[in-house]
Design a protein around this ligand. Structure first.
Ligand SMILES: Nc1ncnc2c1ncn2[C@@H]1O[C@H](COP(=O)(O)OP(=O)(O)OP(=O)(O)O)[C@@H](O)[C@H]1O
Length: 947
């Protein structure tokens, strides 16, 4: 989950931070606020990932400055930013009552240092260390700061002092173009790369007015004069004179247009730094008059011609190397321009003189071709380095105030950043050694600042667990044995030693040193130093030679004989002078090597820095293409490592990298009080269920602290409760988060359980209610249905009964009617009959035998039509004359007689297919055994016609 930078595992750290949960991220820092976060130490937690994200967000929003505790991180905009360095802005920062509350800017640092000087709080002197890799913007930053001080420190009381101050400031500002022309060059990484380190001391009087300045330079890359890496250039000044010389000067300096110089690569490339006039102007302002300037440029032209002096192999050790074609002219011109005799120059380059023996006998030995080249290059480097130092001294004499006119100073240190290339040599060793020294100084200061914050918060804590870079410094410069001492020893002994031998010596003498490593796969002899910013492999080849920086004494002697006024100044003839460059086997006195000189100047610098209040500006190059609005995380990350910001983060991790205000802490972790055992209620009562309302915005600090104590009581974690913040380590945060997750899980379980119980209860209730409703509805529906059926049945029953009754009635009527008629017929007189007598007789017969007649009438065959009707009427004794009074259906085709059976009693049974009676035919439940009666006609003997 949480990962904090530990040791040097930056990669994993960067990824670890990514895994941080969003809500935690928000709690600790607030994702949305990243670009508004002015201080990198306020990103929470302080990890590389969050720091990178914050820087990126700010860079993309054109915010180039960010605080990082006591450090200011300056991202190179690589584009002109309007108003970012305007005089109005300078004035705004200067006039602000609290510049720290304004946006981070180099002017905040400038103003802070200025106010510190004014406050006279010890240490009064201030220093600003501007560091970063090549092209990160150190020179730009230093220049802007100098302009700032020139503006703010120029508030003189009188007109006269105003004029003095203005002149001084102008001189200080004018020193920049000169130093840049002579000390800067176009490299692969920066078109205007400073090839030296510098410390500028701005001197202030008791009224904090700038009265002067002093410049100290370090480690000029003088090899560039004679050797330039592919695609790189020589120092700007050579191009300036080559391109900017007037016609008469060209003649005087022997610089015809289009002339080719091997030490002037890529002359066709024109940079804005190639402005000769600006340099001349600045030199003039600093008191370097035109003849002196002329002299300087003439000597530089002499060096260019010296570069064209090429030697061929003589093929004979006893013979000096001949010059290649055309080189003779170059030697002549060079000698002329340098004020040297041509012959003497050539001889010095080609012949080595060796003094040996008790009486210092002189031997002359022709040099090899390579040695000639080396001596030529050495001469050029010697002249250029002395010229550069002389210029610095001239600048200093021009801008430096008399010791009694200034009391305090603000120092600006512009140094190379940490360097690590595939092959590193003495230059990188010196640079990285300086960076180690500065890092140690920075860390000590940072720790002090941290301690102060803890003290303000009322915390006592010491950084005992922090491992500083002392072991690495011991390895490089320690006593009695270190890399520097071994290199110096090699120079002092002046014994021939190969690269492999040097490697072996270093490894055996420094074996067991924790910061020394070895690259077993490297084909070249080398050793590895584990610097705070990462491991660097140094090749041992050429280390001793570079450390010796040998200058053949003949060269110095030659230059001392120059007729050139400038060279006379640079190389004063002093017969008493014991050349430092004359190491001899017998002389066991310490030799002034590059390393020892550098170490001495570094110690002097650090002494100065120790006596000041330091401020740090870390310049960061967002991309190596020098493009605006491009932020390469990997590149920035490696620079953060190199400038020690990562180390700062590691230190933060060693302390309490996480600081949360009391209120925020309580808001997030109040629920941890639930962990408190039920039997031990805290002094602040039971846990309130509420949220925000429980801590009103202006809650008493005492109350907050009390609640905090409750949490601490419930969860014994290594938390440190400051006056306004809670301090904790990364692992504590992790523990808190874990416990919080546990409590949340418990709560979630409780809620789930409660909810499930409630849900089940509700479900059961609903189910019961549904069943009840369903039952009620169903019974109601059934009742309704049954009622309807009942009603229908009643209707049917009633109708049926009525029908039955009617049918029975009709049937009985039918049957009764026949009998009655029959009886009444028999009782009636014949006179009353309307029928004729024959008919009446027939009718009587029929009537007597009416069942027979009826059967006949219904027989399928037999009587038809009216006869059939008549028979029926007769049988039923219906009046024929009134056919409408009753209806007799006779045409019952189907009702034929099926069988006629004479019964033993004398009765006859007619079995009809259908009852001849209209209504008596219906029988609801005929029994199969019984005679149906209605479709059977039984003629009984004693009583015919009984049905
Ligand atoms: N604040 C800035 N605003 C705009 N451009 C800048 C700024 N800072 C730096 N640059 C650009 O970056 C280039 C490199 O800056 P600068 O020369 O100051 O780098 P440096 O760190 O001094 O490099 P070196 O160590 O090689 O001297 C400048 O020439 C300029 O173009």
């Amino acid at each position: 989950m949480l990962q904090q930078a530990d040791g040097h595992g930056s990669g994993s750290d960067a990824h670890g931070g990514e895994a941080l949960r969003e809500d935690l991220q928000e709690f600790l820092g607030g994702e949305a606020l990243l670009q508004q976060l002015d201080d990198l130490t306020k990103v929470n937690p302080v990890t590389l990932e969050t720091v990178l994200r914050c820087l990126q967000a700010r860079y993309m929003a054109d915010t180039f400055y960010t605080n990082a505790g006591c450090t200011l991180v300056a991202l190179n905009p690589f584009k002109p930013v309007p108003q970012l360095y305007s005089p109005e802005l300078m004035r705004e920062y200067h006039a602000a009552s609290q510049p720290q509350t304004l946006k981070p800017h180099i002017f905040t640092v400038g103003e802070q240092t200025y106010r510190n000087v004014r406050s006279l709080i010890e240490p009064v002197n201030q220093s600003i260390v501007v560091s970063g890799e090549s092209g990160a913007g150190k020179t730009w930053t230093s220049r802007c700061l100098m302009k700032f001080y020139a503006m703010v420190a120029a508030s003189p009381t009188s007109w006269e002092s105003h004029k003095v101050a203005e002149r001084i400031e102008q001189r200080i500002l004018n020193s920049n173009p000169i130093m840049e022309a002579f000390g800067n060059a176009c490299t692969l990484r920066n078109n205007n790369s400073s090839r030296f380190g510098k410390f500028i001391q701005l001197q202030l009087n008791g009224a904090q007015q700038m009265t002067g300045a002093a410049v100290q330079t370090y480690l000029l890359e003088k090899t560039r004069v004679a050797c330039q890496a592919p695609s790189e250039r020589n120092f700007h000044i050579f191009y300036q004179i080559y391109k900017g010389a007037r016609a008469d000067e060209r003649v005087q300096w022997r610089l015809p247009e289009g002339a080719a110089f091997s030490w002037l690569p890529h002359p066709e490339r024109t940079l804005e730094e190639d402005c000769f006039e600006v340099t001349r102007e600045a030199m003039l302002h600093l008191g370097i008059d035109a003849p002196t300037q002329n002299n300087i440029f003439q000597a530089l032209a002499g060096l260019l011609h010296l570069g064209n002096t090429r030697f061929a192999d003589s093929g004979n050790e006893a013979q000096p190397c001949p010059l290649v074609d055309g080189a003779q002219c170059s030697v002549g011109t060079s000698a002329l321009l340098l004020g040297l005799p041509e012959y003497h120059l050539l001889e010095t380059l080609r012949i080595r003189t060796i003094r040996a023996g008790r009486d210092q006998q002189v031997f002359r030995k022709p040099c090899s071709q390579a040695e000639c080249d080396t001596r030529r290059d050495c001469l050029a480097k010697l002249v250029y380095a002395r010229l550069f130092d002389w210029l610095v001294s001239v600048i200093n004499s021009s801008i430096c105030a008399t010791p009694d006119s200034w009391t305090t100073f603000i120092g600006l240190l512009d140094v190379y950043g940490f360097e690590s290339f595939p092959n590193n040599s003495l230059e990188q060793l010196c640079i990285n050694y300086a960076n180690e020294k500065l890092q140690q100084h920075f860390v000590a200061h940072y720790l002090r600042a941290q301690q102060e914050e803890y003290a303000v918060e009322g915390l006592t804590w010491s950084f005992v667990s922090y491992q500083d870079n002392q072991p690495c410094l011991d390895l490089i410069e320690g006593s009695p044995v270190s890399i520097c001492s071994l290199l110096n020893e090699e120079c002092r002994l002046n014994r021939p030693s190969s690269a492999a031998q040097l490697q072996t010596r270093i490894e055996s003498a420094l074996t067991g040193r924790p910061r020394l490593g070895r690259d077993r796969l490297s084909p070249e002899p080398s050793f590895i130093v584990l610097h705070y910013a990462g491991p660097v492999r140094y090749c041992t080849a050429g280390l001793v030679e570079k450390n010796k920086d040998p200058v053949p004494p003949e060269l110095t002697r030659l230059l001392q004989q120059s007729q050139d006024p400038l060279l006379k100044v640079l190389f004063p003839a002093d017969p008493e002078e014991k050349s430092q460059e004359e190491p001899s086997g017998q002389n066991r006195a310490p030799v002034l090597t590059v390393v020892s000189k550098f170490k001495a100047s570094l110690e002097q610098l650090l002494q100065v820095l120790h006596g000041t209040t330091p401020h740090y500006i870390r310049c960061i190059k967002p991309n190596s293409q020098a493009q605006a609005q491009i932020f390469h995380r990997e590149e920035v990350l490696s620079q953060l490592e190199a400038c020690g910001l990562v180390e700062t983060i590691h230190i933060s991790a060693a302390g309490f990298p996480i600081r949360v205000s009391h209120r925020n802490f309580l808001e997030r972790y109040k629920l941890l009080r639930r962990l408190r055992p039920a039997t031990t209620p805290g002094p602040h009562g039971p846990c309130p269920a509420g949220g925000q309302s429980e801590w009103p915005p202006r809650a008493e600090p005492a109350m907050l602290r009390g609640l905090l104590q409750d949490i601490l009581h419930a969860l014994p974690a290594p938390l440190h409760c400051g006056r306004t913040k809670v301090f904790m380590t990364d692992s504590t945060l992790e523990l808190l988060e874990r416990r919080r997750a546990q409590v949340l899980e418990q709560c979630a379980r409780h809620i789930q359980r409660g909810w499930r119980r409630y849900w089940c209860r509700t479900q059961a209730r609903q189910r019961r209610a549904a069943v009840l409703i369903q039952a009620a509805v169903r019974s109601w529906l059934t009742r309704k249905h049954v009622q309807r059926l009942h009603a229908a049945a009643t209707v049917i029953k009633r109708a049926w009964r009525e029908w039955r009754i009617r049918m029975a009635f009709l049937a009985s009527e039918e049957l009764d009617g026949v009998e009655e008629k029959h009886s009444s017929q028999t009782s009636c007189s014949p006179s009353s009959s309307p029928l004729p007598p024959t008919q009446t007789r027939l009718q009587g017969a029929i009537t007597r035998l009416w069942p027979l007649g009826l059967a006949l009438a219904n027989a399928a065959v037999g009587v038809h039509g009216f006869q059939r009707k008549l028979v029926v009427f007769a049988c039923l004794q219906l009046p024929v004359g009134r056919p409408r009074s009753c209806t007799v259906q006779t045409a019952q085709e189907q009702a034929g007689v099926l069988s006629i059976r004479a019964l033993p009693q004398g009765s006859i049974r007619f079995h009809c297919r259908k009852s001849p009676l209209r209504y008596a035919d219906t029988c609801p439940g005929p029994s199969p055994d019984s005679v149906t009666g209605f479709n059977q006609i039984l003629l009984e003997r004693h009583r015919p016609g009984h049905v």
